[in-house]
Design a protein around this ligand. Sequence first.
Ligand code: PLP
Length: 385
Amino acid sequence: MIPFIDLAAQQARLKPAIDAAIQRVLAHGAYVMGPEVADFERRLADFCGAAHGLSCGNGTDAIALPLMAWEIGAGDAVFCPSFTFAATPEVIPWTGATPVFVDIAPDTYCLDPARLEAAIAAVRAEGRLRPAAVIAVDLFGQPADYPRLAQICRQEGLKLIADSAQGFGCTLDGRHPVHFADVATTSFFPAKPLGAYGDGGAVLTDDEALWERMDSLRVHGKAVAGDTAGRVFDHDPKYLNMRIGMNSRLDTLQAAILIEKLAAFPAEIAARQAAADRYAQGLNGHCLATPTVIDGATSVWAQYVIEHANRDGLAAHLKAQGIPTAVYYPVPMHRQAPYAAFPQGPGGLPVSDAKAELVLALPMHADLTPEIQDRIIDAVRGFNG
Ligand SMILES: *Cc1c(COP(=O)(O)O)cnc(C)c1O
């Protein structure tokens, strides 16, 4: 079997730098919130042109932190796609708020702005929930339609989260999702475009007060500068807890590894783009669809997803030739038992349902060679099912 994502090839490429970074952390021993954490946060924010970066334990907590900081909760509606990873809707009921599932655009798999407007109007008309926020997802690596989504959110007075766990590094007109949204979040799960050697996540934002509240929330609601200003304590304010938070920190070791991976990331994005171009050239006309990226956008190609009427037949055909594939996502969230009762936008989720039957992800990573890619392309073209 050829690898679906070749993390071993990446490690071989970066090994001296990563080994040295790990040794530096072992030498200073500050395993939790050591100096590499703030260093990495600064570099990550600079990379995407955000004022602030806040690391945390994983990409799921990264979406929960802004919701908690905004005190979104019971009675609030948070709009999100159903055609996404479970983490996107999962954090909404954590806060007491209600997810409202909105369908995706058929060409990009990202939130459909027209469907979002209709869903917000329907929730307002019903009057049971207060529209509070939107979580857009940069599915498979490309930015959602942020100019339109941001305009809708501004008009309607909603917060906008860019769940960029798959899309970190993508741009629209040269700008990263955080430029358009109140916050962008990402995941450093090893298989993501920018992955660590374990779990990790981050929130990016230009909003300093929000950043400070999230900094408090990720460490048990600890007192931060805004809480202690002008007050005098006869004990260590470290043990003052100002809000109900969580424990969600990025390990120093992971931050040290990520500093090295971030340095290599621009070249990897270019390599992923070259691989995507080669797939498109080889596969156009040989399946129902190759990926479409919206005008002005660049994708980081977390996945290279094609559509095929006999998706399962094609997957079996490829597997028999030693080519792994994956289906993201076979069961949209509104079809999953714990989520089935949550409301949907008007007209339901026909595009999400249809895409679940058609999509197939091919091997995609920065170390994919043209030779292996041509083997994959030939195998897809050789399927007549
Ligand atoms: C991976 C992923 C997450 C969650 O990331 P974890 O680090 O695994 O918690 C959130 N949203 C999307 C769209 C993802 O793909």
